[in-house]
Design a protein around this ligand. Structure first.
Ligand SMILES: *Cc1c(COP(=O)(O)O)cnc(C)c1O
Length: 481
């Protein structure tokens, strides 16, 4: 056999085996039907499933089934997923998930992901897949307008709020030209209630040596602007370099919104970068109640929102919006020779020039499809419903004994604790979380503020309705009263 024949024979063998990667029409139909049936069973039973399931194994059977040379049939694999992935722990798709900040999981988003994965459109660069980039840019523009940004604003669809905060903070650092020699004189202002990912971003962005000031808060955990002003002026007097204010529009602990309008004016006057982390609270701007509370957000130089929270998308969707997109571009744009074919197009900005990512999932479709399919009205209604549900819970709690309730909910998060006459309150409340988790109807979380353990409800899953809270109130009454 000559060398060429030998190669042909090898190739034909390899092709036969590698073609397993391309199931034919019948096999695809079979797989889709199986996966479709599985998701239908999951969704049809979602209301009967517990929000949290504690199991001994914690999905460990996955480890007993390692990756092998030969394939496994789809029924066996779905059963592995069912037992080991979709059963133990928290069920984030459940309306009973009222802990941390709940996510979503809109059905058309799954279909959008499916379509995006099948065609594998490349949404990193306009030149490659202009339609995909246009769709993402259109969604970003829609969000910019929603938050009162004018022409010239832009942003990026990224994986979540943490990544979005990092992109914003890097942009601010670049715009303000913070250099290594400046770090120890540079000051960032925030509150103790800001999300921990902003501190993480500060570290990752190389700003760990800056001075981070926790500005005092009012009784409702909102940044006190008087103290902020005083601190900035005193820092200036001391020869320091005030750089950035990080405000929260919906803190994780209590849903508090810092006074955005006042902070925005101050930032402008003192020439500081004004960043608003609205990962949780931002999309409440879609309903009138929320819109009033977010007044002043348009003054921010950068805003973070999480479509996988307030727009009920599945995990993996965050967004950063920058008032002057040029600053985002300057902080994230880089050239390379092998990218030379993609340079000439400037009709639309390319996501690859606006974030750390080059190749990325086509995230636009999972957001565009539900927004287009359902229209905005049901989103507005669901968000208003979440605010009112939290107030409903608050009003009901007032009828309980031994309860201490935090500030009236600004959005859809409420803290509260029980102080029974004969037990240590912190221990009692921690045990209460465990008891609620064990019962399983709902999944709640706790937090510590001033050394006191508080329980939280955070209502944001689109599947959470009055019935969910009635169920929880009943459980809570049984345990505590
Ligand atoms: C959820 C949240 C974040 C972090 O976002 P991820 O999407 O979890 O990365 C940041 N800030 C606030 C206020 C949040 O609620």
């Amino acid at each position: 056999m000559n060398e060429l024949e030998d190669l042909e024979q090898q190739l034909s063998q390899l092709e036969r085996l590698s073609k397993i990667l391309e199931p034919d029409h019948e096999k695809r139909k079979h797989l889709l039907e199986k996966v479709g049936n599985y998701s239908e069973t999951f969704l049809e039973n979602i209301d009967n499933k517990v929000a949290y399931l504690s199991t001994e194994d914690k999905g460990s059977a996955l480890l007993e089934d390692p990756i092998k040379e030969e394939g496994t049939n789809i029924d066996q694999l779905l059963s592995l997923i069912e037992k080991n992935v979709d059963r133990p722990g928290l069920n984030p798709a459940s309306g009973g998930h009222i802990a941390f900040i709940p996510g979503g999981g809109l059905y058309p988003s799954a279909l959008g992901d499916y379509l995006a994965d099948i065609s594998n459109r490349y949404s990193g660069v306009f030149y490659a897949n202009p339609g995909a980039v246009r769709m993402e840019n259109m969604l970003i523009k829609w969000m910019c307008q929603l938050f009162g940004y004018e022409e010239g604003a832009g942003g990026n669809l990224c994986s979540g709020g943490s990544m979005a905060n990092l992109i914003a903070i890097v942009t601010a650092r670049n715009y303000k030209m913070i250099k290594g020699v400046d770090l120890s004189r540079t000051v960032i202002y925030s509150t103790q209630q800001a999300h921990h990912c902003t501190r993480k971003s500060i570290l990752i962005a190389g700003l760990g040596e800056t001075i981070l000031r926790n500005i005092p808060m009012d009784d409702c955990f909102r940044m006190d602007t008087k103290s902020l002003r005083k601190q900035i002026l005193s820092d200036k007097n001391d020869g320091l370099k005030p750089f950035m204010i990080i405000a929260s529009a919906g803190t994780t602990d209590t849903g508090a919104i810092d006074p955005l309008d006042e902070i925005g004016k101050l930032a402008q006057k003192e020439n500081l970068w004004f960043h608003v982390d609205a990962a949780y609270g931002g999309f409440f701007i879609l309903c009138d109640r929320g819109k009033k509370k977010l007044k002043g957000i348009e003054k921010a130089d950068s805003i973070v929102v999480d479509p996988h929270k307030g727009l009920f998308l599945p995990y993996g969707s965050g967004a950063v919006l920058i008032k002057d997109v040029k600053n985002l571009y300057r902080a994230h744009h880089m050239q390379a020779n092998y990218m030379q074919d993609s340079f000439e197009e400037i009709e639309e900005l390319s996501p690859a020039d606006l974030s750390p990512e080059l190749t990325k999932p086509f995230r636009g479709l999972r957001m565009w499809l539900p927004l287009k399919l359902f229209g905005l009205a049901p989103f507005r209604a669901a968000l208003e419903e979440k605010i009112l549900l939290c107030q409903y819970f608050y009003q009901n709690l007032l009828t309980f004994k031994y309860v201490e309730i935090g500030p009236f909910p600004e959005l859809s998060v409420l803290i509260y604790r029980f102080i029974p006459p004969d037990q240590e309150a912190n221990i009692y409340n921690l045990e209460l979380v465990e008891k609620v988790k064990e019962e399983g109807s709902v999944f709640i979380s706790s937090t510590t503020i001033d050394n006191k353990i508080y329980l939280r409800v955070a209502i944001l899953c689109f599947r959470t309705h009055k019935q969910t809270l009635d169920k929880y109130l009943k459980v809570l009454k049984k345990i505590t009263q």
